[in-house]
Design a protein around this ligand. Structure first.
Ligand code: DX5
Ligand code: ZN
Length: 214
């Protein structure tokens, strides 16, 4: 199933509740939650407490936590306890990701790995059977509102060709124009920050993605 997962980073942070209500109205139940550490990426965003507040107020909202951070070990348990449905780590943060993947799985949370544009999809191969999702970055991570990098779609095709059956998420510059290409290539989760929350008619964007399932 193809799903739109709006990225919280682009919501009106002073009126976050309105953003979530907007999602509900559009029958969207999955939120992309970006965590940045000012080290792995040159920006700072939300921490675990913020995740907890959203989960407490909106317990039925599926929270996809995208950890753009080095040394995330000490935060994994906290994010799981605070309501993360999935935790996605960056492939670039360690030579061997097995230990961290195992910790996430043992917490009963879905596990994902993400690759930056310069990181090959081949680096994911040792972990494919332990992953619920793979997140392909289609911009350099760190900021919303950047331009989509179409050549990254090759990674999606490659992963489907070799038989990966989990979710493939795409993150960065995703919009109504490239969404059909992405889903044709095999993507199932379309992360949209700017193109959903800043849209003139966000409901239209939600309907458009819904119709990609037909
Ligand atoms: C960027 C973040 C994205 C970001 C996407 O590093 O991982 O989730 O919010 O924003 P848009 O959709 O505006 O490119
Ligand atoms: Zn993200």
């Amino acid at each position: 199933m193809i799903k739109l997962t709006p990225s919280l980073l682009a919501a009106d942070l002073l009126h976050l509740g309105r953003g979530i209500e907007m999602m509900r109205r559009d029958r969207l139940n999955q939120l992309h939650f970006d965590v940045m550490d000012a080290h792995f990426v040159p920006n700072l965003s939300f921490g675990p407490d913020f995740c907890q507040v959203i989960h407490q107020r909106h317990p039925d909202m599926i929270l996809d936590v995208h950890l753009m951070m080095d040394n995330p070990e000490q935060y994994l348990e906290e994010f799981a306890r605070y309501g993360a449905s999935s935790i996605t780590l960056h492939r670039e943060i360690a030579e061997d990701m097995s230990g961290m993947i195992q910790i996430i799985r043992s917490l009963g949370v879905k596990c994902g790995l993400s690759v930056k544009p310069g990181t090959s999809a081949q680096t994911l191969l040792p972990y494919l059977d332990q992953l619920d999702l793979i997140l392909i970055m289609t911009v350099e991570p760190g900021f919303g509102g950047q331009k989509f990098m179409p050549e990254q779609m090759e990674k999606i095709r490659f992963l489907r060709q070799i038989g990966f059956q989990g979710d493939i998420a795409v993150d960065g510059g995703v919009n109504m124009e490239n969404a059909p290409l992405l889903t044709q290539a095999g993507a199932t989760l379309l992360v949209m920050g700017t193109s959903y929350f800043h849209a003139e008619d966000p409901s239209r964007v939600a309907r458009f993605v819904e119709e990609l399932n037909q």
